[in-house]
Design a protein around this ligand. Structure first.
Ligand code: WTA
Length: 653
């Protein structure tokens, strides 16, 4: 309900947005995607995807059927085909004579650098594949990856893909407990981690979280491979821990990639849903690779011989999977990988890197754009950003002002901005303008990509007319769609396919403008979006009530100018607990421990009661009003009408 109100406000603002930016003739003339692609996709149907799959990937065995949807919603794409992801991302570029092209420019936070050509990266991945196999990891085994943004993260993912092991990357900002539950759910055999990384100029550790996670008996892990990154002392368990440099560096650089079935699992990536337990989103090989390469090439207007691509996302999120590891390497791109934070050692660091590496395509999140906007135009103005020609945004709705700033200050008023909508579940971009074709509008993701069928529907599942809002759905299966939730087929059906008949329910609210372009309005469920990171209100509530001092908790995402949303928690303490500053700090840290620092509530308010309906449902809408400093809305369905009064009073205190 609160989301509808939210949408109401946002709609008002959008209706006033009428700036439009047609592509320049110059850009359009040499653009990768030609306008005809939309008609081709429409007339060819699934054959369009068969063509993309054959053009973009090298198959060992050609597929015999493009799509088998007979067991919907469980899709099979490119049936009968076999393909190796690592061969496609690496070896074939070397075989085609591009071994000397740079694959990765790595810049560490302290300023150390490494460069990997395609030939070198191929060799590293072959060695890692041999090393993992020597540890008993084989096809189908799961490997948990808990690494910072260093080349070994990409090498590990591709080494797994090469041997058919399934990687499950866990963001380094998640706690030991969160790591353990993901290791358990996936039954991982191997964990790849590092001693640590650098954060804001200081070494920060990772290995202790792995030690902590594996302390309790009963896990499935037989080896932990540790990359030496910051040289900090680490605890060592003989028989379990192994240094990367001991086992990978000495491994053979000969390794033949065996092709895997198109539907062989490629990775699991855990993401937050509406219930407390994160879900392991499963992606398979052929379809995921096809759409990753297709979107990376067309959405960013990629010219692999000359572009330098930089996606700032961490490997721990899906954006880092599709647009750091897979899309760019499948397309033979040269990319920049940066370990650190944008303000270390100074606020111009990103722009210094753009200048240094002549980055031509930049892909980042609105929260970063808004932060840099706040730091001021004079910072980017100090650097030569003339190499930039395409700008991408992802992760949350981008407000028109941030979009305008991005285009004007970073893109010299001419680089097209592509606002790309997608999810962990969709695997790759679904809605986005195409540079050189689409007349862009600040704040809108606009049009489904050719081959993708997206709609906005009302409560009843009816398509809404232009000018109206509703729920975002996907009408037809797509190659990189999730194939399920790891170990929980029922939850997969229930979560995505039960809300509307024969349609995928994304969980986002959206609106069609007068031209039929799509504007994303944020989540309509209990998922929050904090700086582009997905967190569930229930997950944080469960973490809070697991603390002995807490009797009940309700969490809401309150609108925030920079981070999009901020976590605000309302807690009722148990009789014995005291409500002072200490308890707030204790509870924040407790959430940090249960989930990770990113989930720590910005504010925790101790309240005597929570607003509930007569059936006992917490009315988060009212709490959101309080958290956002608004007049509290209609409270007439509350079981106890005085509750909001009590909360307001305790807030004033
Ligand atoms: C939101 C990240 C508006 C949306 C790739 C979605 C966006 C969730 C956009 C998925 C965008 C992502 N405009 N909202 N361009 N991109 N979102 O799984 O709510 O981390 O459902 O995938 O982020 O987040 P996830």
């Amino acid at each position: 309900m609160s989301n509808e109100e939210h949408q109401g406000d946002a709609l008002e603002n959008l209706l006033q947005e009428n700036r439009k930016f047609p592509p320049s003739e110059e850009f359009a003339a040499t653009a990768v995607a030609k306008p005809a692609i939309y008609d081709e996709a429409k007339s060819e149907g699934t054959e369009f995807w068969a063509r993309q799959a054959r053009e973009l990937l090298t198959w060992d065995t050609d597929f015999t059927q493009t799509l088998d949807w007979s067991d919907a919603p469980f899709a099979k794409w490119f049936v009968g085909g076999t393909v190796n992801a690592a061969y496609n991302a690496l070896d074939r570029h070397v075989e085609q004579g591009n071994g000397d092209r740079v694959a990765i420019y790595f810049e560490g936070e302290p300023g150390d650098t490494r460069t990997y050509t395609y030939a070198q990266l191929t060799e590293e991945v072959k060695k890692a594949a041999n090393a993992f196999e020597s540890l008993g990891v084989s096809k189908g085994d799961r490997v948990a990856v808990y690494l910072p943004m260093i080349p070994e993260a990409v090498i590990t993912m591709l080494a797994c893909a090469r041997i058919g092991a399934v990687h499950s990357v866990v963001f380094g900002g998640f706690s030991a407990d969160a790591l353990r539950s993901r290791i358990d759910d996936a039954e991982a055999k191997l964990v790849v981690t590092s001693d640590g990384t650098y954060r804001r100029g200081k070494p920060s550790s990772l290995k202790p979280a792995v030690d902590q996670a594996l302390k309790k008996e009963g896990h499935t892990v037989t080896s932990v491979v540790v990359v030496k990154r910051n040289g900090e002392p680490v605890e060592w368990q003989d028989g379990l821990d192994l240094w990367w440099h001991d086992i990978v560096d000495s491994a053979s650089a000969e390794h033949t990639a065996v092709a895997h079935d198109a539907e062989h699992p490629l990775f699991i990536l855990y993401t937050s849903g509406t219930t407390g337990k994160p879900k392991g989103i499963l992606h398979t090989t052929g379809g995921y690779l096809t759409q990753s390469a297709y979107t990376h090439k067309n959405v960013f207007d990629l010219k692999p011989e000359k572009d330098v691509f930089w996606c700032t996302a961490d490997i721990g999120w899906v954006t880092g999977h599709t647009y750091v590891t897979y899309g760019p390497l499948l397309n033979g791109t040269t990319q920049l990988m940066y370990e650190g934070t944008p303000d270390t050692p100074h606020q111009g660091r990103w722009w210094e890197l753009v200048e240094k590496y002549k980055v031509s395509i930049l892909y980042t999140a609105p929260t970063a754009i808004r932060t840099m906007m706040k730091w001021g135009d004079e910072i980017p103005a100090k650097y030569d950003l003339s190499s930039i020609r395409v700008l991408g945004s992802v992760g949350e709705p981008i407000n028109p002002e941030a979009w305008m700033w991005y285009r004007r200050v970073i893109g010299a008023d001419k680089a097209p901005v592509v606002d790309t909508w997608w999810q962990t579940e969709t695997g790759a971009t679904m809605i986005s303008p195409l540079p050189g074709i689409t007349v862009t509008k600040p704040g809108s993701a606009q049009v489904p990509l050719p081959g993708i069928s997206v709609d906005v529907v009302d409560e009843m599942g009816q398509s809404v007319p232009n000018g109206s809002g509703g729920y975002l759905v996907i009408r037809e299966p797509w190659p990189s769609m999730l194939r399920g939730i790891w170990g929980d087929p029922e939850r997969f059906k229930e979560t995505y396919w039960s809300r509307f008949d024969n349609m995928y329910f994304a969980g986002d609210g959206a609106k069609k403008d007068a031209d039929g372009d799509i504007w994303l309005m944020g989540r309509v469920d209990d998922v929050m979006n904090i700086s582009g990171h997905r967190l569930s209100t229930t997950e944080i509530e469960s973490a809070l009530v697991s603390h002995p001092s807490v009797a009940e908790a309700a969490v809401v995402g309150a609108r925030d100018e920079t981070t999009g949303e901020a976590v605000v928690a309302f807690v009722i303490l148990r009789g014995s607990a005291k409500s002072d500053d200490d308890i707030v700090t204790t509870l924040r840290n407790h959430v940090g421990q249960e989930i990770g620092p990113i989930a720590k509530p910005r504010h925790i308010l101790v309240v005597p009661e929570l607003p509930k309906t007569r059936s006992g449902k917490i009315m988060r809408r009212l709490l959101k009003d309080v958290a956002e400093g608004r007049e509290v809305g209609d409270a007439s369905t509350l079981a106890d009408a005085t509750v909001m009064q009590q909360i307001a009073t305790s807030m004033r205190k």
